[in-house]
Write a protein that binds this ligand. Sequence first.
Ligand code: CP
Length: 308
Amino acid sequence: MQKLSTRHLLGIKDLTPDDIELIMATATEFKEVINRPIKKVPSLRDVTIANVFFENSTRTRLSFELAEKRLSADTLSFSAAGSSVKKGETLLDTVNNILAMKVDMIVMRHASPGAPHFLSKHINANIVNAGDGTHEHPTQALLDSFSMRERLGTDLVGKKVAIIGDILHSRVALSNIFALKKQGAEVMLCGPSTLIPRYITELGVKVSHNVREALAWCDVANVLRIQLERQHIKYFPSLREYSLYFGINKRMLDELDKEIVLMHPGPINRGVELSSDAADSHHSIILDQVENGVATRMAVLYLLAAQN
Ligand code: CP
């Protein structure tokens, strides 16, 4: 059996192009499984996985929980809200207490960049980063790549992907940049100059501050949310002005002289980065991304469990 080069999924930065191909191929097999009448396989019957979420989540958490159930793993879920974290327990103590219950794998979301990397130095269980602050969200980038490949019907070599929105605060942007570059795609970032990190071009990406130029250039537009909860100063005058200059509506997509694939990792701020008529249009694969998240996360969990 082909194996990953790593026993944790901390970020796309650490994956090889072969790792990504293996995850894509395995996810394709699991997508076939979850479309059968009996959607379950016994692959992780002896594995116990804890979903440890220190930050809010809808899609990622439910998607991991479903992926684990489809693989027949035993699971437990932890939210910081309502836990003894509120009484001052450290991250490491919390996780070690969970591991004392004979848990094999930790899926963790945390507000601090590097939290899963820190854990990986102190515990033996496999760790999956489900989003660490503004740093990486590797399974989101993997499911995004899987969804692009599925819609385009090809690999991503030479494909043009524009990532549009709040790049500065986005873990999805950084993981997508790493994933896309490792698969041979071209990447353009688009947003107000205040929301594009200054040295980002060192990652080999183009930058535009004109959303129409980005849409005209790309095969795929991956639109990101304005993360007001992480913005402690004003990066643009108002949401109304942001929407006027960087918001995407269906007319803008229909007027392009080509097919375009529209993506968004969710949650969407409807009427800010995307109008409802664009988000719900035939260009959009936003709900396909959610569906593909389960198969992609099944692939990641299955391949990591095989490392033990
Ligand atoms: N895309 C994503 O990470 O969504 P949630 O924050 O709802 O998990």
